[in-house]
Design a protein around this ligand. Structure first.
Ligand code: FAD
Ligand code: NAD
Length: 470
């Protein structure tokens, strides 16, 4: 007799694989269906993990050419071995994929390779590459099919992943392009643009809005743009790209002022189009199953991740909210807990966001613009890394920490950091906010000296009292 699973998860990205592991840990009979040849989804295969491998390697390359000498480490002019750098990236992905296979086995999760399709309540079919289809029975289905590149709405882009590339092609260029045009000054554009800029490309970012990292705190975004410009990146702001065309050699990008005006065309050896991602639900059979999606194609769910159909849940990039791996993971845990009869939930007010550039940008909670728009009475406290002893000793003085707290209660509402190690330091603020803490709670917590985290404490002090070292 065939097995009836407690839960079948469709998609093995950070949402799906974490959901499956947690469900199995809670004693549920669990299966995962994945159409890709390896587990881990966008994040592990063509997203978070490979991009961070290249960001790290290219940062070391840049440092070797710049700040090493000032630290008294003379390694001469560093030579790029791009092949080795890409091999490091591929190996990192492979290790993570292997790790997932091990975790699936360890937790007795059945893994099926093929495209999953919902055939009605409690039924999922899996079609393998050979076209063969098998049917699986389950009490619950979790849709975790993630997202795909969105392209530029209204503009035909022919991605050959060599000259005109999406993030996937930008992780695998076999030589450093002389001129790289990046369409979109969001996280992908700035992270992958940084990689190639550090390796020697002349990078021009063309961004529709007047600020880069549209959803980030304005202060942070402004300073960060200046830092990237100092590193050699060129920005064309308030510019809407209307055409990306391949030329005999390289490509051409045409854009016009967002407010209207004359169009301009620039030439490039490669173009990275990084204008957002869209939910991926193709081939899932949502309509036939009666699963409702919203006007942006995202699967609609309630607070308990239930879709419009009984026994079908959805998590991660395919539903509303920030398209972040850790958001997907936390939703995966919450759904598994709900299916096991527990009360899983996600605190959307405390989801950190990190841009892994140099310096890093990290934020949690609300921005100053959001507080203003909501009419919140708040206080802001700021502390620059240039006044932090450890930062000086490391030549990492660019950037600052910014605290935003409720004026009456001192409860922390948002923390924004631009600076070396921001992506690690932000969790101090996340824990504080998860516990409903105040800036005084943090300002009175002893911090080891000398650490970069002292700048976080000083920014908290600047909010409710005065910083010591400023
Ligand atoms: P995905 O990871 O997209 O996984 C979905 C999986 O479902 C895929 O493997 C897909 O093949 C499979 N699938 C789809 N349909 C079917 C079907 N019908 N049957 C079977 N399988 C199916 N986020 C961060 O938080 N930090 C980062 O540093 C970061 N860096 C990124 C860098 C890049 C270049 C990109 C593109 C994204 C990055 N992200 C990052 C975003 C992150 O990758 C996503 O938020 C995350 O992967 C979403 O997880 P998910 O499980 O919802 O979906
Ligand atoms: P994004 O939405 O962050 O940025 C896209 C940018 O393109 C926007 O600033 C937008 O104004 C601009 N744009 C759109 N159309 C344009 C046009 N015609 N001309 C000029 N500019 C245009 O999208 P992304 O950078 O592609 O990233 C996709 C998702 O992946 C994001 O949701 C992000 O959260 C996730 N991601 C996260 C990380 C991380 O957490 N470190 C890293 C990479 C990706």
């Amino acid at each position: 007799m065939s097995t009836t699973y407690d839960v079948i998860v469709i998609g093995s990205g950070p949402g799906g694989y974490v959901c499956a592991i947690k469900a199995a840990q809670l004693g549920l009979r669990t299966a995962v269906v994945e159409k890709r040849a390896s587990h881990g989804g966008t994040c592990v295969n063509v997203g978070c993990i490979p991009s961070k491998a290249l960001l790290h390697a290219s940062e070391v390359f840049m440092e070797a050419g710049h700040s090493f000498a000032e630290l008294g480490v003379d390694v001469g002019k560093p030579k790029l071995d791009l092949k080795a750098m890409l091999a490091h990236k591929d190996k990192t992905v492979e290790q993570n994929v292997k790790g997932l296979d091990f975790l699936f086995k360890k937790n007795k999760i059945d893994a099926f390779q093929g495209t999953g399709r919902i055939r009605g309540e409690g039924k999922v079919s899996v079609t393998g590459e050979d076209g063969e289809e098998r049917e699986l029975a389950t009490r619950n289905i979790v849709i975790a099919t993630g997202s795909d590149i969105a392209g530029i709405p209204g503009v035909e882009v022919d991605f050959d992943e060599k000259v005109v590339v999406s993030s996937t092609g930008a992780l695998d260029l076999d030589k450093v392009p002389g001129r790289l045009v990046v369409v979109g000054g969001g996280i992908i554009g700035l992270e992958l643009g940084s990689v190639w800029a550090r390796l020697g490309a002349e990078v021009t970012v063309v961004e529709y809005l007047d600020k880069i990292l549209g959803t980030m705190d304005g202060d942070v975004s402004k300073q960060f743009q200046r830092m990237l410009a100092k590193q050699g990146m060129t920005f064309r702001m308030g510019a809407r790209v209307t055409a990306v065309e391949k030329a005999k050699k390289g490509a051409r990008v045409t854009f016009e002022p967002a407010k209207g005006g004359e169009a301009e065309t620039i030439e490039a050896d490669a173009v990275l189009v990084a204008t957002g991602r869209r939910p991926f639900t193709e081939g899932l059979g949502l309509e036939q199953a009666g699963v409702v999606v919203d006007e942006r194609g995202r699967v609609e769910v309630d607070r308990h991740f239930r879709t419009s159909v009984n026994g079908i849940y959805a998590i991660g990039d395919v539903i509303a909210g920030p398209m972040l791996a850790h958001k997907a993971e936390d939703e995966g845990v919450a759904v598994a807990e709900i299916l096991a009869g527990q009360s899983g939930h996600v605190n959307y007010g405390v989801i950190p966001s990190v841009v892994y550039t140099a310096p890093e940008v990290a934020s949690v909670g609300r921005t100053e613009e959001e507080l203003k728009a909501d009419g919140v009475d708040y206080v802001a406290g700021k502390f620059p890394f240039s006044a932090n002893g450890r930062a000086r000793s490391m030549l990492k003085t660019d950037g600052f920490v910014k605290f935003l707290a409720d004026k009456k209660t001192d409860r922390v509402l948002g923390v924004h950091i631009v600076g070396f190690g921001a992506g690690e330091m932000i969790h101090e603020a996340a824990v504080l906010m998860e516990f409903g803490g105040s800036s005084e709670d943090l300002g009175r917590t002893c911090h080891a000296h000398p650490t970069l985290s002292e700048a976080v404490r000083e920014a908290a002090l600047a909010t409710f009292a005065k910083p010591i070292h400023l």
